[in-house]
Design a protein around this ligand. Structure first.
Ligand code: HGY
Ligand code: MN
Ligand code: MN
Ligand code: MN
Length: 410
């Protein structure tokens, strides 16, 4: 099998150039889904892929596929990819690495004049983060049939703008149907976004599974009134209710260790005025666990606990689970391809479960799928301080190249 390597400097330079689009003072990146900055990033990726001889297709959810022809184009493609959208205080590597590692694989094959039997594609999945338009991974979810197209296009941000409107506005409302076409395999290279690889001094994470997630939206309603003359015992303070539920969410997470994750990340207080008792609070809950049954028990504890708190404080509650992505076992043959490539390259590695969700989670429903992790500094991600080492990024890209070559020629 070819002993070629990807180009470390070119990969790094492409990551840095892409990171300039939405680049922040602290060295991070803010390129929210379907903003003008997302459009700029998409346009740059398309230009790079066209320059590498790829043909571009965009589907109705704005997913981008850059295709490099194979010797037999009737075969389903081997696809690589991830996402270009970031968190508001995101980094330069989350998602972007998997997209540009795919491009680097294509560039390396071109440099070496290597043809593959099956075509290969580098892909970009719209709105993986779910930060601007919940839920996360919605476009790979539509591709995999977890959501219908209408649901996907109707996802709205806090200003009520929908994905369909924003796709049209930035010129990425493609014409290709979403999904319904086979992939021979799908590989997503990604930074680990956690501390394990760095702590164990391992170069590559051979990802076997991804943990399950449940996302909730909660609105508590009490009674706005004056912070001065309103006696404490008579108050119906929505923020006190939210505070008790936030503490309970954390306790549920701690009580389901190891592995449980529990986070309240978004909260809006109304009217949010220093001398008015909050009449309404909107907040989100993010639960995760690799075991579906434990995740269900956490769900139960949240529902019962929240009900008790709300009764105790005489509040009303609107409680909705807006998203459930069950734990994902990745395809054993794809995991083996990654492990084999890692061992052939003599790279230190360990098997692991992904703590974060990824487009690979949904694509694994419709294609043999697995992931390749590389370390990130102090395990920090979803933070402008997110950093990864050029050698590790190149090593992960070499693993991707080998795994893709194996599957495209078998
Ligand atoms: O939330 C996640 O795990 C991913 O970053 N969307
Ligand atoms: Mn990501
Ligand atoms: Mn992310
Ligand atoms: Mn091994």
């Amino acid at each position: 099998m070819h002993d070629i390597r990807t180009n470390k400097q070119r990969l790094w330079d492409s990551l840095m150039e892409m990171g300039e689009i939405g680049g922040t003072e602290k060295g991070g990146c803010c390129r929210l889904a379907l903003t003008d900055l997302d459009k700029q990033g998409r346009d740059l990726f398309v230009r790079w892929c066209e320059a590498a001889g790829c043909t571009i297709s965009v589907d109705k959810m704005g997913n981008i596929f850059a295709r490099r022809a194979g010797q037999d184009d009737s075969l389903p493609p081997v696809v690589m990819g991830s996402h270009l959208d970031t968190q508001p205080t995101g980094g330069k590597f989350d998602g972007v690495y998997g997209v540009l590692a795919g491009l680097e694989v294509i560039r390396t094959l071109n440099d070496n004049g290597i043809e593959t039997r099956a075509p290969i594609e580098a892909s970009v999945w719209t709105n993986e983060e779910g930060s601007r338009f919940p839920p996360a991974m919605v476009s790979s979810g539509v591709f995999a049939g977890a959501f219908d197209l209408e649901y996907g296009l109707s996802r709205a941000d806090l200003d009520g703008k929908t994905m369909g409107e924003e796709l049209a506005r930035i010129g990425y409302a493609g014409s290709a149907e979403v999904g319904g076409r086979p992939f021979k395999a799908f590989f997503e290279a990604h930074i680990e976004q956690g501390p394990i690889l760095e702590a164990e001094d391992k170069r590559i994470g051979v990802v076997t599974d991804a943990q399950g997630q449940r996302w909730y939206e909660v609105t508590l309603t009490g009674q706005e009134s004056h912070a001065g003359p309103t006696p404490m015992p008579t108050r119906r303070d929505a923020l006190v209710g939210a505070a008790r539920i936030v503490d309970m969410v954390n306790r549920i997470g701690m009580e389901h260790q190891p592995n449980a994750c529990a986070t309240v990340g978004l909260m809006q207080v109304f009217p949010n005025s220093r001398n008015v008792i909050p009449g309404q609070v909107f907040f989100t809950v993010d639960f995760r666990h690799p075991d579906a049954e434990v995740l269900a028990r956490m769900d139960q504890a949240l529902r019962e606990g929240a009900r008790r708190i709300v009764e105790d404080l005489r509040l009303e509650m609107d409680f909705e689970q807006i998203w459930h992505s069950p734990p994902v076992p990745f395809d054993r043959d794809c995991v083996a391809s990654v492990r084999k490539a890692t061992e052939a390259l003599g790279l230190s590695h360990r098997e692991m479960v992904s703590g974060a969700g990824h487009d690979a989670c949904y694509i694994s429903r419709v294609a043999p799928t697995s992931m390749i992790f590389v370390p990130c500094e102090d395990g920090i991600s979803h933070n402008e301080l997110e950093r990864a080492d050029a050698d590790d990024l190149a090593a992960g890209c070499d693993v991707l190249l080998k795994a893709v070559l194996e599957r495209a020629n078998d």
